[in-house]
Write a protein that binds this ligand. Structure first.
Ligand code: ADP
Ligand code: X2W
Length: 295
């Protein structure tokens, strides 16, 4: 009786693995950028689920890169320093003091994620854009407005990232870059992920956040859009359907698709094994951004 039960269990597990085979084959050797937002890093268990998924993607032959955020944690420490966090179009207004806080927090988050990856038995290397001259920036001036040390990605050292991945390391990137005068700049992590995805000519860019995807009525979580072409995405931005932290995300989805990244998705990083559900099922989860409408 006991033996039969085990056989059933083994068969179920074997079938699950076999069902995953076409997807494993589809993405074999593909460069995958996972943007892991601070909003979906609520606790260690949640982080561990994401890390396990990334480890599995790596172990079945993909080339994952993590670009992480930490916005909520930065805001917490900015408040503790006696300031009120300030945003313009989803981007943090970053004076010198805020930049120092952002750098401290992001580097801490970075090393935490690297530690968890090591625990899962995959070799990760934590970097920010300063390391290996990886990310150079230009000052970002949204609508011509000066919001301080906020950078947009000007260039990415793909050579460094390829060298790491060719040697089986998973790069874990904190969104900090250097300008022409070697000043540290705060980069919105969605911008950094998109910059890395474009430079690496990634197959897939996935944004893990704290909401199921793009909603038409986000306040009431009504009408989740499972597929959206870039024309609709632009209309959503213009009409104000999308705001706050979703704004840089959706702008970057549009940019990534227009610049040749094949697949771009926004999904809920709080769902256990969201990445496996996205990669190993036909329909996936969350919102997929497409170049053109399906029909
Ligand atoms: N139309 C929309 N659909 C979904 N979320 C939206 C929309 N408009 C604004 N948002 C907000 O964007 C947030 C995600 O951005 P953010 O908090 O910056 O996440 P992250 O830390 O992952 O970058 C959601 O929690 C939601 O409040
Ligand atoms: C310029 C800018 O907005 N930088 C972001 C960088 C971190 C980030 O983007 O974190 P999430 O992905 O968790 O939002 C910030 O300071 O919050």
């Amino acid at each position: 009786m006991e033996i039969n039960k085990n056989v059933d269990e083994i068969m179920t597990k074997a079938n699950t693995l076999i069902e995953a085979l076409p997807y494993i084959r589809r993405f074999n050797g593909a460069t995958i950028i996972v943007k892991y937002g601070g909003s979906a890093m609520l606790d260690d268990k949640l982080k561990m689920n994401v890390i396990k998924d990334v480890a599995l993607l790596k172990l079945v032959g993909m080339r994952p890169i993590i670009v992480h955020g930490g916005g909520k944690e930065i805001s917490k420490w900015v408040k503790l320093s006696g300031k009120e966090p300030e945003f313009y179009n989803g981007l943090r207004v970053t004076d010198k003091e805020t930049m120092n806080i952002a750098e401290m927090v992001l580097n801490k988050v970075n090393k935490e994620l690297v530690g968890l990856m090591q625990k899962m038995g995959v070799n990760a290397v934590g970097l920010c854009g300063k390391d290996g001259n990886m990310i150079r920036v230009n000052k970002k001036m949204p609508d011509g407005k000066d919001i301080g040390f906020v950078g947009e990605v000007a260039s990415v050292n793909t050579n460094l990232l390829n060298t790491l991945m060719d040697n089986d390391f998973i790069p874990v990137i904190a969104p900090i870059g250097l300008d022409d005068e070697f000043n540290a700049y705060n980069i919105n992590a969605d911008d950094a992920a998109c910059g890395v995805a474009k430079a690496m000519e990634a197959e897939k860019l996935v944004f893990l956040t704290d909401i199921e995807g793009v909603f038409i009525d986000p306040a009431n979580k009504k009408t989740l859009i499972s597929e959206m072409d870039i024309k609709t995405a632009k209309e959503f931005i213009e009409n104000g359907v999308v705001g706050g932290g979703m704004l840089p995300k959706l702008n970057n989805c549009i940019d990534a698709i227009e610049q040749g990244v094949s697949r771009v998705h926004i999904l809920d990083g709080r769902v256990a094994h969201c990445l496996l559900l996205e990669f190993f099922t036909e329909k996936g989860i969350g919102t997929a951004i497409l170049k053109e409408p399906l029909f």
